[in-house]
Design a protein around this ligand. Structure first.
Ligand code: ADQ
Length: 408
């Protein structure tokens, strides 16, 4: 039997996530809370750990404190067998500059590669909600002898200008062309309204990545970006192949969440992805214990419902108390108090919020530590919401930043 390859996982977690403002005002995008108890980074780390990869470096840069704290507390690995999940901040190892882009982040962290001496380097983004068995992608990469393998998924053409677009070679496995965020993404021959997009997850043969990073670093015209520079370079050199996400099944997947992948890059997609969690037949099933999504849970008592509270199709986390209120299609974090007469619909409410009596919340996202005074209505009149200084997304979701103060 062939020896198992040495695999190093690099998780790119330095993104600002500007389109998620105000949720990213105080934290990096991978640290944005999701689904009540998780942070976005828990999805990629769970996917890598469940796939058997336990040598993982998380490259951070932008507002990394809460990300660093979360990874350190949640992802403590037994160091037996050499396991580790470490946050690696930008360290100016090669000069006074911060990371110039995602490729430069890896280039400046070359010492990690030199130390770990991997055969294979798995480079995954940290911003997505999905389940994927990364070991199946690694196996396909080795079997097909690629220099780099890019994970791809069909997305609606209308959304594809946010993504790298892959044109597959005639054999179905090679990449003939790669366009990073094209203004007018091409449709697929069998489905003109869809495009094959890069998920921002790559498997590299270590020597190919190291050589590509060195060449890129020496190129003054490069933006030093994985999707913008490194992947197109390797496509041009004929070294790139594609891995279709639909081939990556995980144990316990349901038919409806088998190929679920969401880039929660905008406030609307972030809100929608929460709605995908709460329906009776959830589009994305958090309750698949065969491929668990790990996080750390605070030491709190169970959620409590009193005074004829009515709660339907919602997730309510530990320590929260819903008293005499109506909650529908919502995700409520830990330590949230909701008082009598409040009506909450399609809301994402993070930890430590207090919702007063008779408050109405509809299509809202409340970041942590917000107190809503009795009788306040939010998400009912978008113009009034804007006047009050709240963010209203394109799709009409009203968003309040962490600790935002609301006048009665
Ligand atoms: P984007 O997500 O727009 O597109 P980028 O902003 O570089 O690309 O983010 C990719 C990952 O790298 C994220 O996890 C982010 O947090 C991280 N990152 C960004 N800048 C970084 C830095 N300086 N240091 C460390 N980490 C950094 C990418 C690809 C597209 C693909 C989409 C899929 O470029 O081709 O389609 O992901 O969402």
């Amino acid at each position: 039997m062939a020896k198992a390859p040495r695999v190093l996982g690099i998780v790119l977690a330095g993104g600002e996530g500007k389109r998620l403002m105000p949720l990213t005002a105080d934290r990096a995008k991978p640290a944005v809370p999701f689904g009540g108890s998780y942070r976005l980074i828990d999805f990629v780390l769970s996917n890598l750990v469940n796939a058997g990869y336990r040598n993982l470096c998380v490259l951070t840069q932008y507002k990394s404190h809460s990300l660093d704290r979360h990874v350190t507390v949640t992802w403590r690995m037994s160091t037996l067998l050499g396991n580790f999940v470490t946050c690696v901040p930008a360290q100016q190892r090669l000069g006074p500059q911060w990371y110039q882009g995602s490729a430069d982040a890896i280039y400046q962290s070359m010492n990690l590669i030199n130390d770990a001496k991997p055969d294979i380097i798995v480079v995954f983004g940290a911003d997505h909600v999905y389940r994927m068995d990364a070991s199946l992608m690694v196996a396909a990469h080795i079997e097909r002898g690629n220099g780099v393998t890019v994970a791809g998924i069909r997305v609606p053409r209308a959304e594809a200008s946010e993504f790298g677009v892959i044109k597959t070679a005639d054999d179905g496995y090679g990449i003939a062309d790669f366009l990073e965020k094209p203004a007018d993404p091409p449709g697929l021959p069998d489905s003109p309204d869809e495009t094959f997009a890069s998920m921002g997850n790559y498997v590299f043969s270590a020597d190919v990545l190291v050589e590509a990073l060195r060449k890129d670093a020496a190129n003054p015209a490069s933006r030093h970006d994985m999707g913008g520079d490194i992947i197109p370079m390797l496509v041009a050199e004929g070294k790139a192949g594609v891995y279709d996400f639909k081939d990556s099944d995980v144990p316990g997947a349901l038919d409806r969440d088998r190929s679920y992948w969401r880039d929660v890059g905008s406030l609307d997609s972030y809100h929608e992805a929460h709605m995908d969690l709460v329906s009776i037949q959830p589009v994305f099933n958090l309750y698949n214990s065969d491929w668990p999504i790990f996080t750390s849970h605070p030491q709190l008592p169970g959620a409590k419902f009193t005074d004829n509270a009515t709660v339907g199709e919602s997730i309510v986390c530990a320590g929260s108390i819903i008293s005499g209120a109506t909650v529908d299609h919502s995700v409520i974090g830990a330590n949230v108090i909701v008082l009598a007469g409040a009506k909450i619909d399609r809301a994402v409410i993070m930890d430590n919020c207090k919702i007063g009596a008779n408050v109405v919340l509809k299509n809202v996202i409340l970041d942590k530590n917000i107190e809503i005074p009795d009788g306040t209505e939010i998400g009912v009149d978008p113009d009034l919401d804007r006047e009050r200084g709240f963010t209203v997304s394109k799709g009409g979701v009203t968003v309040l930043g962490k600790g935002q103060v609301i006048k009665p």
